[in-house]
Write a protein that binds this ligand. Sequence first.
Ligand SMILES: Nc1ncnc2c1ncn2[C@@H]1O[C@H](COP(=O)(O)OP(=O)(O)OP(=O)(O)O)[C@@H](O)[C@H]1O
Length: 571
Amino acid sequence: MLISEFFIMVNQPTLLSSQLFYENRVVEVTLNRVMLGFWKEIETRRKRSASFNCISKDADHHFLLVSEIVGARETEEEDQTNKDGGRKHKVLLYPYAFTVSYTERTKHHCWRCKDIIFHCLDEAQRQQWVQTINNQLSLLSIRPKRLLVYINPYSGKQRGKWIYEQRVAPLFSRASISTDVIVTESANHARDHLKTEVDLKQCDGVVCVGGDGMFSEVVHGLVSRTQSDSRVDQNQPNQDLVPCALRIGIIPAGSTDCICYSTTGTNDPVTSALHIIMGDSQPMDVCSVHHNNTFLRYSVSLLGYGFYGDVLTDSERKRWMGPSRYDFSGLKTFLTHQYYEGTVAFLPAEDNLGNPRDKIKCRTGCHICEQGANNAHLLSGDHVHKMAEENSDKETSGDGVWRVIRGKFLAINAASMSCACPRSPRGLSPYAHLADGTTDLILVRKASRLDFLRHLIRHTNKDDQFDMSFVEVHRVRRFRFVPKHSSVISEVDLSETSGKKICNQVCTAHPNDDTGHSNWNCDGEILPHADIQVSVHCQLIRLFARGVERGTTFDTYTCSVIEGSSLSWQA
Ligand SMILES: Nc1ncnc2c1ncn2[C@@H]1O[C@H](COP(=O)(O)OP(=O)(O)OP(=O)(O)O)[C@@H](O)[C@H]1O
């Protein structure tokens, strides 16, 4: 423990201080608000010198202890013997015990819930401790008390229900959180329930148990409901949207869990549950996607046209192949080496502190996001946007100077977060930010197959994928894409196929051969239009998370649940 941190703890007003028994020692335990930060050892059997201890071994985060007790409860009995270093010895026996549950950081951004048992002299002392701790916890208004939980029973390896019931529900109950649990019965069940039926005032947050698709459902339900409650028309592309009041929690149980990785640094369900219990809050940008004056979808991670759109389109047609379809479609799309012509117009985020190649990663308490939110607030308002005139490369509109780029592209990607995952540990745009009001627009122009392969390989190692002559990246607030054949609307046939048709599909040269244009991959969903307009809505939603914490290397983590999917090929 740092000396300064020790004094911060000592200087907190003391709520309760008693001599209690911990294992076979008499200790003086002090409660400062909800921080049970240290105790002084008064006497020991072995007459050790007095020392200070802390319930967390993580010295860097002592100041956070104030919010890290999960709960306290009465403990009825304690084993008369206690194993300590392999030797059994008698513990001081007092029947009045209570347990304090607290969080502890372990490796790779994972958190665990630990228990510590104190014995009291009498029942009155026990009651005083349990009640005081729980009273203090209940005063923390940032912590949720009632949650609405949606479980997708078919996510990932279909273990969502088990994960929730066995690993998460007991923690919620220990933290005195009441829940309303709905196991979804079909796709869009959660979205439609949130949009129309739920009384949002009756809960403090919405939790989804599943993967990125399930999270996207909850985002669509909550954002749409918030807009309709506020009479905001989502079909207006330049409309400022109303931020959602409720936070969203993700209990990862999907195939990829990209959003969970990017906001907690791991895909561990217990860690996510503890972030929810602590009432953490991580703001997050949301992109709205429109075709003319029609709202299409929201996106929080990746919008990809060309390569990533084609891989998704092709892999959706080959669902019968299972998870290996992503690798198959990725290889097939790469070999086909299709490029697409069109015009990209974008509004650069020139006032933003960061840029996509500045090597500043988005981490807990990110100052780039903080400054970005201030700028976005100043910029908000219903602006008039005009697409650039033909043959000009700049256009001034109500909200700044738009840049226009015409060309042939292998891929056009917009990454609103790093999109880091095990297959691409740094992600599509390693220095993208979760909540700065921007998205990183990556333009991969026509290049040789070999150069494109080199570009793709750089997503899996530490080389800079943007340091190539045919790749450019811009941090933008809005963009629009118009394909050369803009009149064509792609109604993609994704029907499940079999037999001869399957053989034809595998042998087809390219997923979009007939149409001459690609489809947008919007967080793993195919958009029905290629001509789209995208606006970033700064900090529209908040998650029960705190971003990836500094101190451990996200790039080298190992993950606990990866189920045969390849995020390098999909959103
Ligand atoms: N009861 C259900 N039956 C069928 N589909 C469902 C049901 N509940 C949700 N869904 C849909 O299943 C899709 C995939 O779910 P989810 O994202 O949870 O799992 P995943 O695809 O395995 O994980 P990831 O998206 O991380 O790859 C979502 O788009 C969601 O709309």
